[in-house]
Design a protein around this ligand. Sequence first.
Ligand code: PEP
Length: 254
Amino acid sequence: MEKNRKLIIAGNWKMNKTVAEAVDLVQGLKRELGTVKEVDIVVCPPFTALNDVSKQILDSNIWLGSQNMSEHNSGAFTGEIAAGMLKEFSVRYVILGHSERRQHQRETDDLISRKLRAAHGASLKAIVCVGETIGEREAGETETVVERQLRGSLSGVKAGEMAETIIAYEPVWAIGTGKNATAAQAQEVHAFIRKTVGELFNASVAKRVRIQYGGSVKPANARELMSRPDVDGALVGGASLEIRSFSDIIKNSI
Ligand code: PEP
């Protein structure tokens, strides 16, 4: 089935790469992927490498993303980075509510919704992450959990702002474990997410919203995952740290 949504594949480098390593990686990606037009390609380096990576990708088909941002615009928030500061480096996307931040930094849906509104205020495109733990899946609670995360994280957002917001379905049990959701499991939850977005906003937003899958995406499973009707891209962790594997995921998805 032909999808009318452009694929978006983002690499989340997490707390990896020195500035020199980040520059090497992005230069390699430019070489490998320079002719790709079918996919929105995004790299999300650590804050310390944003400036140098930003300079490397000027006039390229690679967009810059951040892994997090503050819900505040400025002020006494030691250690935080505001949306406006990210914009100085031409950051276009921001990952919000990654499960590692939900777990280690105790980020709640309420906080994520405030960050999302701050991102929209600065015209940043957010990638909002949702997903269940293995215990929740085994208890049959996947849809309940994902719906609660969507309702909480997207609260206060207007339909007009949703069109450019991306949802990433990242089952926590699949992140960094080498155990990806099957394409059928991913499709089932993606269809549920699209239906829920339709209920929260409207049918046209649901049709347009792009939903990425994340969790042990590799060159070998990318094609099959992307072939599903409601899978509109990928959020890639480990396999985005190498030129070859990230490029192959993108090439295999087209
Ligand atoms: C992630 O952290 O967003 C992720 C999907 O990681 P990995 O690809 O390593 O499972």
